[in-house]
Design a binder for this molecule. Sequence first.
Ligand code: DP6
Length: 361
Amino acid sequence: MTEKDFILKNTETSNLKNGSFSWQSPSNIALVKYWGKSEPQIPKNTSISFTLNNCHTTTTLKFSKKNKPSKEFSIEVIFEGEKKEGFKPKIVKFFERIEKYVPFITEYDFIIKTKNSFPHSSGIASSASGMSALALCLMNIQKELNPEISDGYFRQKASFLARLGSGSAARSIEGGLVVWGEHKEITESSDLYGVTFPYNVHDNFNNYQDTILLVDKGEKQVSSTIGHNLMHEHPFAKQRFAQANENITQLSKILQNGNLTAFINLVESEALTLHAMMMTSNPYFILMKPNTLKIIEKIWEYRQNNNSNICFTLDAGANVHVLFPEREKEKVNTFIINELIAFCQNNQYICDSVGNGAKQL
Ligand code: DP6
């Protein structure tokens, strides 16, 4: 599929006056990280993530034909029951980027009602799940205008649109393991949208667990977009992008052969490399907190002493994602409650696991 395949053919909207669609879209956690992009939201390297089950955004998109035609977007955002002017600029920017592919968006007044399953400002990024849910609602409108589109095209274009809102959102449509970014060893992979990891995954990774430790719930010091931009002048950028692509090759093998020791090594190295990129950019920044490091040390100690397959990953913040196979669930949860929760803000954590992807409500 190329960019042109996503341009809407039938733009006639006279038969569609109003309506409403709702989707629940998951968050995702990257194993090989996306950090660095070029216009328009093209990743500098391939990334792969687990889709989550319990962390998700629910969005209802209400639309009605404008009284007076205009080229301006008409958008109202209601987040967790309250009108949010602050969310609008990001959505207007998103609409500007996708207008070419869904030109009907200038013809309607929109009310976007959205809420997250995870606590407000928990440091868990809601842009992936949020942009995914909104893109899927917009695809419902396209389907009304072009009823012949297949389910496959519907979801692929939703991922394509979501990517233009937030890169990682491209990976928040499908369930399981999702790859975004063209890679010679991943069939059908694309820079334009996410695809389900196309090979058989070893049973070791069935229902993999992710307990998210909320170390610091404060507002992010540095937005992802600024962080991505800092990769343009970054002294280690070229090496990093090559390394990530090599890690995709390695992880693809690991996911198929079930080698958990190799999985742990690669995933933790990716997390620390992401933060190393932030520490070695200019301006430089540190998003980990002292408690992030204390948790990492505890995880290493527990793994060593208990012959466990527990490991961690990080996103662009201080929170720690604790990853482990389902069969270790009981023991690891006891360890987390007894030894790690103390390092979380207000003892807060979220038990999650790999999920099935977005669903229409
Ligand atoms: C560290 O998708 O939030 O979570 O495309 O600018 O919206 P934008 O960035 P975003 O970046 C996510 C970065 C990351 C790694 C990852 O999810 O792959």
